[in-house]
Ligand binder design. Structure first.
Ligand SMILES: [Zn+2]
Length: 152
């Protein structure tokens, strides 16, 4: 798999140097690199990850050929990456960066609203309390997931 992974990384690197910063942001190339690394680490035990790597190689070679109309490729590109990301999330239990933060922030906010309206009778205080609790918990879980290498 080594060569394949190196090839894809070289493709991404070449692509990045040939398009504008905004375009590479649009294509989310940094995320693509992380995805490739994750696929690589699972590919010894997962047939589907190996297939995704093969597909990605073709995909990036295709993008390279269409560099002049790269904007039009964005949508399809995102679908390809999203498909792989959802495999990584479902099969390999990975989460996207900031996943827990946004999850717990919204839980904290709704609990804060209830708490604010009922127990302390102060909506603003309740919501800000709930939100900061949620952020604290979510950020902690995100950091933990990152440390364990479970983020994409
Ligand atoms: Zn897999």
């Amino acid at each position: 798999m080594e060569n394949l992974v190196d090839d894809i990384k070289t493709n991404i690197w070449k692509l990045r140097s040939n398009i504008s910063k905004e375009q590479s942001k649009k294509l989310d190339l940094n995320k693509c690199e992380r995805v490739v690394e994750k696929l690589d680490s699972f590919s010894t035990n997962c047939e589907e990850c190996r297939e995704h790597l093969v597909d990605l190689k073709k995909h990036f070679m295709g993008l390279e050929a269409k560099i002049d109309s790269i904007e039009q490729e964005c949508k399809q590109h995102k679908q390809v990456i999203q498909g792989i990301v959802s495999h990584l999330q479902k099969k390999h239990k990975l989460v996207s960066e900031g996943f827990y933060l946004s999850l717990y922030m919204s839980i904290g906010m709704s609990l804060g609203v209830v708490f604010g309206l009922t127990i302390i009778d102060n909506f603003a205080l309740g919501i800000s309390f709930g939100m900061s609790m949620g952020i604290a918990i979510g950020a902690g879980l995100d950091a933990d997931a990152k440390k364990k290498g479970n983020t994409i």
